[in-house]
Design a protein around this ligand. Structure first.
Ligand code: BDR
Ligand code: CA
Length: 314
């Protein structure tokens, strides 16, 4: 039995690895990919997604273009924040593989999500690894869609580790109002993979070389994308020679749940304070009065992730 999923992405080097994993792992059936503004504008996240699927020979998986801006904030959430902050960019505007031959579907991402989730007989898995604008908009159209989702897995947020600001992680900060809607929507099972976990599962330069040696399209692309990430992280922290590949921790954990170690706790998103906007407030107090709404990963197994990448892309 394969696990059916829909993937919502802002492709990006790490989204690209997550897509390849979902499209190629024999236990997963990727029904469609929805794109959103994030790492780069939605035109580019869509173009990059199509590039990836064409490159690995899975062009038949449909791609649906989604929101070009966050719900409540004007303009872009700041996809080029690496430049603005003077940091090395682990993504670039266009992925370093050939331009796409295929095109996005005529149907938009939100329409696809609403129609697909309304039509399912067995609840499916939804994995969101970019800002949550598409999912929140679909919920605004039909809040009952939560019933059609067996599990929502989100890459986002951070407790002890943040990136875009001292308080926040990029995906949640990119559309905090959307994230607040999603976290309070009442999904039956919501798994959150924050930076605390993804930074525990670094992929090393040595593993990148091994991925490149596989000689497959996915292995070659994966080595190129993670290699770019390692260069960016090493420029920030000399001597690192490894990088997190955040988004693939989500898709890989679908087939090997032991990849991540979770705690079931209450999580809320800050949408008001200028200093802490986009913070995922995780309540780890043993006697919290609030109901838990998320299974939050605080650890991930680097060796297992590496093994899964080599196995799947080989
Ligand atoms: C998240 O932000 C994006 O840059 C990555 O693709 C990942 O989804 C990490 O903060
Ligand atoms: Ca992403």
């Amino acid at each position: 039995m394969t696990r059916k999923l829909v993937l919502d992405v802002d492709t990006g080097t790490d989204d690209a690895v997550a897509i390849m994993f979902a499209a190629l792992h024999p236990e997963l059936e990727l029904l469609g990919v929805t794109t959103v503004n994030g790492n780069v504008p939605v035109t580019n996240t869509t173009d990059n997604t199509l590039r990836v699927l064409d490159w690995i020979g899975r062009s038949e998986i449909p791609v649906y273009r989604g929101l070009s801006r966050p719900l409540a904030r004007n303009g872009s959430p700041g996809p080029r924040h690496y430049e603005r902050d003077g940091k090395a960019d682990p993504h670039g505007l266009a992925l370093d593989i050939p331009e796409p031959r295929s095109s996005a579907a005529d149907t938009g991402a939100v329409e696809f999500l609403v129609e697909t989730l309304r039509a399912v007989t067995d609840p499916l898995t939804l994995v969101a690894v970019g800002p949550l604008s598409n999912i929140a908009t679909a919920l605004a159209i039909d809040p009952g869609l939560t019933e059609s989702v067996e599990e929502l897995v989100i890459m986002g947020g951070g407790h002890a580790v943040t990136n875009v600001t001292a308080s926040a992680e990029f995906n949640i900060w990119g559309d905090p109002e959307a994230a607040a809607v999603v976290f309070s929507a009442g999904f039956g099972r919501l798994t959150l993979v924050p930076l605390d976990a993804t930074h525990r599962a670094l992929i090393t330069r040595e593993s990148v070389n091994a991925l490149g040696s596989l000689g497959t399209p996915a292995g070659t692309a994966c080595a190129r994308f993670i290699g770019k990430r390692i260069e960016a992280y090493t420029a920030m922290l000399p001597g690192t020679d490894a990088a997190p590949v955040h988004d693939v921790v989500c898709t890989a954990s679908l087939v090997r749940p032991e990849l991540i170690t979770t705690e079931h706790i209450p999580v809320q998103v800050e949408t008001a304070s200028p200093l802490t906007i986009g913070r995922t407030v995780m309540d780890r107090r043993p006697h919290t009065p609030d109901e838990p709404n998320a299974h939050v990963a605080f650890d991930a197994d680097a060796a297992l992730l590496t093994e899964l990448l080599l196995e799947t892309f080989g």
